[in-house]
Ligand binder design. Structure first.
Ligand SMILES: Cc1ncc(COP(=O)(O)O)c(C=O)c1O
Length: 436
């Protein structure tokens, strides 16, 4: 492909200048494999972008989409419906913890984040507490790129360019020095949830609408919650009439070896945000799943029946093709018992990843379910460079991983076999050695 052809696409979250000099073009995909434009097989070590746990090229999903396109390509989601949207909502209700039963569709994780924040503020207004508008996020949290999401997010690089957001304060992250190289959930750190009480003392609960956290932080580099941490957070929220939102855009639908992070860690929030794995990444879609009390509150205060209860939604909410993809993807997830497979193989994956502990530049390793990350010691003054070099080294060796901040992130597909995991980890080890 000529240089001119690459010029006009302004790529997201990408070093455009470097990419356009040295492109990494993916041509096709099948199972856990990509093929690049040079015909090389590339092992997908990140399930796409945390999206494609079922593996690529699933015929069940492709067939469902094709059938749907032929039957109904688009229907307006405002004031009209189609059966697929209701069928998928019922499936989601079954898969989500009780009483999170009501599904509001979005098209991405970022839209799920902002939808959940708006839902929380409007809920308190309907309950007669309109001053409850503030949000509490967490340092190192990622909730997408829209203004609500970056305001509650806690990754500095994602916020500092963009000025004023919405009112938010932040809990500390849970990456304590004593938890380095811990396998799975750290034993230490539940006390960090008590910082919420301090933020409540500072702002007063009467001004706080919701706390939003990823049950396991993903984009900052796989940070499993300390044992007891989420339980404590929930207790403090309940005691202070603050909604708890779990951003499960990565943890939803199997990544943690349970259907949700909520199930994996034993805490039921008031709202769960999802996207990514919902359609296996095949068609953009997200869903916000709300506690039944939230839905009923909107209905009770909705005014005349023909009036809108929640003036919010997207042109592509509940897109028929996305719904068809979601139904098919969730059916495969359930029928092939892939959540159980992740649960069964997670400790093998975790042990394997931790064999990299003594490799050059590795300053921490974290894992949970089919997720893992390495923190990479920086070049002086250049924290982002070495992870980039590692990811490029792996790409040359035929492996795709994600690099972000000072981390390398891995997310095997739920169908990945042990030898493939072994080759991924051993290629990472060789790459680290080569950069020593
Ligand atoms: C926890 C979490 N929330 C939100 C998002 C944003 O999702 P999207 O890129 O689909 O907007 C992501 C994406 O990685 C995420 O991991």
């Amino acid at each position: 492909m000529s240089q001119a052809n690459l010029e006009y696409h302004w790529m997201p979250y990408t070093g455009n200048r470097q990419f356009k000099k040295d492109p990494r073009m993916i041509h096709s995909a099948d199972g856990v494999w990509y093929t690049d434009d040079r015909g090389r097989k590339i092992l997908d070590g990140h399930s796409g972008l945390w999206t494609t746990g079922l593996g690529h090229g699933r015929p069940e999903i492709a067939d469902a989409i094709t059938r749907q396109l032929a039957q109904l390509d688009y229907a307006p989601p405002f004031q009209f419906g189609h059966t697929g949207a209701f069928e998928l909502a019922e499936k989601l209700k079954e898969l989500m913890p009780d009483p999170l039963n009501y599904v509001f569709y979005t098209n991405s994780g970022s839209e799920s984040a902002d939808t959940s924040l708006k839902m929380a503020r409007a809920y308190w207004r309907l309950k007669g507490q309109p001053a409850k508008t503030r949000f509490i996020g967490r340092s190192k949290g990622y909730h997408g790129v829209n203004f609500g999401g970056i305001s509650v997010g806690g990754i500095a690089a994602n916020r500092r360019h963009f000025g004023q957001g919405v009112e938010a304060d932040h809990l500390p992250h849970t990456m304590l020095p004593e938890n380095k190289f811990v396998h799975g959930m750290p034993e230490t750190g539940a006390h960090l949830a008590d910082d919420l009480s301090e933020l409540i003392a500072l702002h007063d609960a009467s001004t706080i609408a919701a706390v939003i956290v990823e049950p396991m932080a993903g984009s900052a580099g796989v940070i499993p919650p300390p044992v007891g941490y989420l339980q404590r957070l929930k207790e403090i929220c309940v005691a202070n009439d603050i909604l708890l939102i779990f951003d499960e855009v990565i943890t939803g639908f199997g990544r943690c070896g349970a259907m949700t992070g909520s199930d994996a860690f034993g805490v039921v929030p008031d709202i769960i945000n999802t996207a990514k794995q919902l359609t296996n990444g095949v068609i953009p879609m997200g869903a916000v799943i709300a506690h039944e009390d939230i839905y009923h509150t909107f209905m009770e205060h909705g005014g005349p029946e023909y009036a809108l209860e929640f003036p919010h939604g997207y042109t592509y909410s509940a897109h028929p093709v996305a719904c068809a993809a979601g139904i098919a993807a969730l059916d495969v997830l359930v029928e092939e018992k892939l959540v159980d497979r992740v649960a069964a193989e997670a400790s093998y994956w975790g042990e394997l990843l931790h064999t990299l502990r003594d490799k050059p530049h590795v300053s921490d390793i974290r894992n949970y379910g089919f997720a893992g990350a390495l923190t990479i010691a920086p070049y002086p003054g250049e924290p982002l460079r070495r992870p980039f070099e590692i990811a490029m080294g792996l790409w040359e060796r035929g492996f795709l991983v994600r690099y972000g901040g000072d981390t390398i992130q891995l997310a095997p597909a739920f169908v990945m076999e042990r030898p493939q995991m072994e080759s991924l980890v051993s290629a990472l080890g060789e790459t680290l050695d080569a950069l020593a």
